[in-house]
Design a protein around this ligand. Structure first.
Ligand code: GLN
Length: 206
């Protein structure tokens, strides 16, 4: 496939822009691109053609059932799977992390949310309960020196990983970040604290 961004001399890093906190990811991506000195551009992915031109994809937080439905309505669901199969790096954060999983919980089942099933992991929606709907926590993340401030908003939990999927961070006993090759699942929002280091790790996987 001819990748236009390669001809133009820079890579496009896409943020799925059907619902959720898209702009925040675009902003922090630009910051990560600048600090790595990459020849890249952060772009919105709304159509199949946008996806074809991108070299990596972020699926943001929002509402997983809605994002899954809009992926299908916009004819993006199968193209995302195809690009993933070709090795495109994909990072799912919060709702996006739910969609990356192979297994959901009863809530995923009840809402008939179609998962992309790209990572060997199981997730549970809204796993931190009402008391802790939104909170922040300092996280230790493998490969990063120093803590990373994680922002959790009605966050899911990764309840189990298997196969080639491995844990990058836990909050107490709960898995909050995992990686499988160039696929990442984060139950928190890495785009909200102004710290671009997780987006830098993601860019380095391209
Ligand atoms: N609770 C949302 C869901 O289950 C995810 C929340 C978020 O992305 N901040 O889809």
């Amino acid at each position: 496939m001819i990748n236009l961004s390669c001809i133009l001399g820079y890579v496009k890093v896409g943020v799925l822009a059907v619902q959720g906190d898209v702009q925040e990811h675009l902003d922090i991506l630009e910051k990560a691109i600048a600090s790595l000195g990459f020849s890249a551009k952060a772009t919105r992915i709304r159509r199949k053609q946008d996806l074809e031109e991108a070299s990596a994809l972020i699926i943001p937080g929002g509402e997983s059932t809605t994002i899954a439905r809009l992926l299908q309505q916009n004819y993006l669901f199968d193209p995302v799977l195809k690009r993933a199969e070709e090795g495109m790096p994909i990072m799912g954060t919060c709702a996006g992390c739910i969609l990356m999983a192979k297994e959901g919980d009863e809530e995923v089942e009840r809402t008939q949310t179609r998962l992309l099933s790209l990572m060997d992991m199981a997730v549970a929606r809204n796993a931190f309960g009402r008391q802790r709907e939104s909170f922040e926590a300092d996280l230790t993340i493998s490969g990063l020196s120093g803590d990373f401030r994680g922002v959790f908003i009605r966050a899911p939990a990764i309840t189990r990983v298997w196969g080639d999927c491995f844990v990058l961070s836990r909050l107490e006993d709960t898995i909050v970040m995992a990686r499988q090759e160039a696929r990442f699942g984060l139950t928190f929002h890495p785009e909200l604290w102004g710290d671009a280091r997780i987006h830098e790790i993601f860019l380095e996987s391209i």
